[in-house]
Write a protein that binds this ligand. Structure first.
Ligand code: ATP
Ligand code: MG
Length: 594
């Protein structure tokens, strides 16, 4: 088996685990830590810098906050007008602009970066660190995604990995990965119960997720999942920042919130203080800017932090109750509580959830690497040849993932007809019979949506599937069967046939967002240090090679072109945008179920 990476791509941190031969190891980074800050910075041309990743990138925030891209995960597969992107726009110092197809783009200087382009630098850094450890090339990977990621978001994360030169052999959900790595599966020999009910509580830097899973002798099944995409460690940091700013003002200082250069330093100091308060009762926040009023630093104790953030901890309980409801469990039913995500190191968070559930979390080693370790374990099962759970055949997969959002099509009146309901085991397939509404109609188009709301407009638009050309016929007579298949690794696939003749009908899948195959190929070459025949925009060297020319995807570019960026007019995407098949030879193989 080739070496294989399991990747946890978080909002604030990324981690990777590598299986090479019989060894499974968490990939360390330059500073010996097991996680890499999921931050990318594009230094100004004058400094001659190439894009930076991780702690080096964070350091640029003091001078050039607008060039430092944090929380890119929240932008993957998102329209600029989506609530998540609108929220992000208010929070971050970098600029977001709209691509021609409505997708969010990140503007740095004159360049517009697609979120997968930025995310690919982080995937690339994980790959480089893994190769440095393994002393051999590493290209296969399993990527964990939040359970509630829709198919466009999953596609975007797969595309990001591809741009970094990785071949994604499978996509799995983060809670399922946690369950695989936490030592819950396989069940211990002689275990008295046939299955165990597990609640995975994951409070990370930018988001909260919770999932109910059943672990049986054969595998892990995700029954229900939920969470809050806008609740994480950063909110805790922000409470400290606000407290410091108010105290400083009260003590007769200026309003620090107006000090553009001070705020990034204050946010860093607040995050450090928060982490220290998980181990100490009292910390002192020191910044040169505070010294005029607080020469010994500003004191903060654990109790104060707890009262400043208790409502944030409370807010995690409601999603847990909803997930238990969906799984039809009561709190007493839960056999195992697993708490992961850096913010669960805060003692108050653990105590609150322990009180609520009446059960203490299980002890896990290396909680920050658990998701990546689970992903690598899944990779071994998918690709085969490595260590398997007892009784598990080669290639057999231990996990039953289910769809977390319903997949449906838009009907007359803008109402959704559900095809594959939430909770269906993956891969899932569903046929639908359609006909024409006009005489001699040449094409039939269906609008694919994801979500559980009744009206199409309230769900996520995933793709439009266009079937045709059809033979001329009076309206209502053609009987077209379309089969939609999803494996949880990106945009669903579709095939169609004429039910009278049994002839296949070509289907064009036009995703509602994301990069085209040509754009992915171009970016992949750029990240690999290749050259592209396009003029440099601001003269910065491209990643990976002196001869390479830096370019970014421009919203005014045509489908296949890569060119200068600028203030492109916002025009409708041409229909041909996604004509090329999305899954070329280098495309992910997707989940293969045994
Ligand atoms: N000892 C600690 N005490 C409190 N908080 C901590 C501690 N260590 C890390 N954190 C916080 O954990 C958060 C990062 O957690 P994690 O790495 O799990 O997030 P992530 O996976 O990147 O984000 P997400 O899961 O939201 O996508 C940060 O907000 C960090 O401040
Ligand atoms: Mg996480």
């Amino acid at each position: 088996m080739n070496p294989l990476l399991g990747i946890d791509f978080g909002t604030t941190n990324a981690a990777a685990a590598l299986v090479s031969g019989k060894d499974v190891k968490v990939v360390p980074h330059a500073d010996g830590l097991l996680t890499l800050p999921a931050v990318v910075a594009f230094p100004p041309v004058a400094t001659g810098g190439r894009p930076l990743v991780g702690r080096e990138a964070q350091a640029l925030a003091v001078r050039h906050p607008e060039r430092v891209i944090t929380s890119v995960k929240r932008l993957l597969g998102r329209k600029l007008e989506a609530p998540e992107a609108r929220h992000q726009r208010q929070e971050v110092p970098y600029e977001l602009v709209m691509a021609k197809n409505g997708d969010a783009r990140i503007r740095v200087g004159r360049r517009h970066h697609a979120p997968p382009d930025v995310a690919a630098y982080i995937f690339g850094a994980l790959k480089d660190a893994a190769e440095a450890m393994a002393r051999e090339p590493v290209s296969d990977a399993v990527v964990a995604v939040p359970a509630d990621f829709n198919d466009l978001q999953r596609q975007a994360i797969v595309d990001s990995a591809r741009i970094a030169g990785l071949n994604v052999v499978a996509v799995m959900t983060e809670p399922a990965a946690v369950a695989l790595a936490a030592g819950i599966f396989p069940l211990p020999r002689g275990h008295e119960k046939k299955d165990r009910k597990v609640l995975v509580y994951d409070l990370g830097g930018g988001s909260f997720s919770v999932a109910a899973l059943v672990v049986t002798e054969d595998g892990v099944e995700v029954l229900a999942s939920g969470g809050d995409a806008f609740l994480g460690g950063e909110d805790f940091d922000q409470r400290i920042v606000s407290e410091v700013c108010e105290d400083f003002m009260r003590a007769g200082g200026v309003d620090l919130r107006r000090e553009r250069l001070v705020m990034p330093r204050l946010r860093d100091a607040a995050e450090r203080a928060k982490r220290e308060l998980s181990f100490h009762d009292r910390v002192s926040i020191q910044l040169p800017e505070l010294a005029s009023r607080f020469p010994d630093g500003m004191e903060l104790d654990r109790g104060r932090l707890e009262s400043l953030t208790q409502d944030l901890v409370d807010r995690t309980v409601w999603p847990c109750e909803t997930v238990l409801n969906h799984a039809k469990w009561s709190v007493e039913d839960v056999d195992v509580l697993v708490m992961v995500g850096g913010q669960t190191r805060m003692p108050r968070v653990r105590a609150h959830i322990t009180d609520w559930l009446g059960k203490a979390p299980m002890d896990v080693a290396a909680p920050e690497a658990l998701t990546a370790l689970g992903a690598v374990r899944q990779g071994v099962a998918v690709v085969g040849g490595g260590r398997r759970a007892k009784g598990q055949k080669k290639g057999q997969i231990a996990i039953t993932e289910t769809t977390c959002l319903s997949l449906g099509v838009e009907n007359a009146g803008g109402v959704v007809t559900r095809l594959i309901p939430k909770g269906t085991p993956l891969p899932a397939s569903q046929a639908q019979v359609l006909s024409t509404s006009a005489d001699n109609q040449a094409h039939v188009t269906v609008h694919l949506l994801q979500g559980d709301r009744e009206m199409a407009a309230d769900n996520d638009s995933i793709a439009r599937l266009q079937m045709g050309p059809l033979a001329p016929a009076p309206r209502g007579t053609p009987q077209i069967e379309i089969v939609i298949t999803t494996d949880g690794a990106g945009i669903p696939r579709a095939t169609a046939r004429d039910m009278t003749t049994d002839e296949p009908i070509p289907v064009r899948v036009r995703p509602s967002g994301g990069l085209t195959e040509a754009e992915i190929v171009t970016l992949t070459a750029l990240h690999a240090g290749g050259t592209v025949a396009a003029p440099a925009v601001d003269g910065a060297p491209a990643p990976g090679g002196a001869g390479a020319v830096p370019v970014a995807l421009d919203d005014s570019a045509t489908t296949d072109a890569v060119s200068l960026t600028g203030d492109a007019p916002q025009i409708e995407a041409p229909d041909s945008r996604h004509d090329s098949p999305r899954r070329g030879s280098g495309a992910p193989r997707g989940l293969q179920r045994g």
